[in-house]
Design a binder for this molecule. Structure first.
Ligand code: SF4
Length: 377
């Protein structure tokens, strides 16, 4: 089974906190980009390194909803020809409210997209303005409504917390509203300050007051309690879903499954041997030139040895509620988790549990996940 990630590196306007690769106003390249993706996919299919059928496909960005339904449709047709789709393939499109309409959502659904993930970020206009987002709370609400009308049953929303001046009660109100709008999946991210972004410079100058660590902690724990009471599963550090609506594409990443990354700035991973990661340079002109010259756009980023693969299996697995199955770990590596990492496991005893044959992290451990993974690096 194949997992396929297609990166669409175009945005209407760059948000001041974002360090993902994307360019504003793609112009000619935005129109020509789908044919580059098709050429890239054809090269990958010809090399027979990846075999179908495709079980999960994710259009990520950037803003994939800047591509018209016809362009998305032609990409899906090409994936069908090259790899085929499994019967229950999950096909996700990331979309920004304000870049979709009732008819574009109808068009995506009609062409086979069956999961839509909206970058809503906030339902509060003050927050949206400070985040530099172009859409309004009304756009967000309308987009969700249109998606349901278009026949999307699987609608996800991204929301941000830990924003300047944000109160826990206001944020929880936004979360409840999204649930009442029928969203089945929520990705909730704390605002982080990334280097080389306008927010980074504002923060350094002291012009971007962020909530204290305690407030952040309070928001995260309140979210966990509230959403679990509402019947959602906190299935990964930042992700909650109604049962059965977990994102299969992302679960494959955290389970350290292989995936093919296509597009400028995309990453890929093969789980052959102990695993290797690839990246496609985040530069549209280089991408175009490489493909025109008949060369592979991927470059090898890193290969793993046994120890590296064990560490990564552990710290990716601990992001998920399901954790890591001790038996599977032992089968893969010839040794169990505790005997492979005795010092780390004893240092982290307050946060890690072995229950029903699985190593899992407590929610309190997820709050200090960055510290915990540093133990395994
Ligand atoms: S729309 Fe998304 S990908 Fe584009 S700049 Fe904003 S946060 Fe980054």
């Amino acid at each position: 089974m194949l997992s396929l990630y297609l990166h669409i590196p175009f945005c209407r306007r760059k948000c001041p906190y974002c360090d993902f690769y994307s360019v504003e106003n793609g112009g000619r390249l935005l129109d020509e980009y789908p044919s580059l993706l098709i050429r890239h996919m054809e090269r990958s299919a010809e090399r027979n390194l990846w075999s179908g059928p495709c079980d999960t496909l994710f259009f990520g960005g950037g803003t994939p909803s800047l591509l018209a339904p016809e362009a998305i449709g032609s990409l899906l047709r090409r994936v069908q020809e090259a790899f085929g789709f499994s019967e229950k393939a999950e096909i996700t499109l990331e979309a920004n409210p304000g870049t979709v309409s009732s008819s574009s959502l109808d068009g995506y659904r009609a062409r086979g997209v069956n999961r839509i993930s909206f970058g809503i970020q906030s339902l509060n206009q003050v927050n949206l303005t400070s985040l530099g987002r172009l859409h309004s709370p009304g756009d967000a609400r309308r987009s969700i409504e249109w998606a349901h009308k278009a026949g999307f049953e699987n609608v996800s929303a991204d929301l941000m917390f830990g924003l300047p001046g944000q109160k826990t009660s206001d944020f929880m109100g936004e979360v409840s509203e999204l649930l009442s709008l029928g969203v089945k999946h929520l990705s909730l991210y704390g605002l982080t300050i990334e280097e080389n972004t306008p927010f980074y410079h504002l923060h350094r100058k002291g012009d971007l007051p962020l909530p204290e660590e305690d407030t952040f902690r309070e928001m995260y724990l309140a979210l966990h309690d509230h959403l679990e009471k509402e019947g959602l599963v906190h299935y990964e550090i930042s992700n909650f879903a109604r049962p059965g609506y977990e994102c299969r594409h992302n679960l494959n990443y955290w389970r350290r499954g292989g995936y093919l990354g296509v597009g400028a700035g995309a990453h890929g991973f093969t789980s052959e041997d102990w695993g290797a990661r690839f990246s496609v340079p985040a530069d549209l002109q280089t991408y175009e030139r490489t493909l025109a010259a008949g060369e592979d756009p991927e470059v090898l980023l890193e290969t793993f040895d046994r120890r590296g693969a064990m560490s990564e299996t552990l710290y990716l697995g601990l992001r998920m509620r399901e954790g890591i199955r001790e038996k599977a770990f032992r089968r893969r590596f010839g040794a169990g988790v505790a005997e492979s990492f005795p010092r780390e496991i004893s240092r982290l005893a307050d946060y890690l549990v072995l229950r029903e044959g699985r190593w899992r992290m407590e929610v309190s451990g997820w709050l200090i996940y960055d510290h915990i993974i540093s133990e395994f690096l």
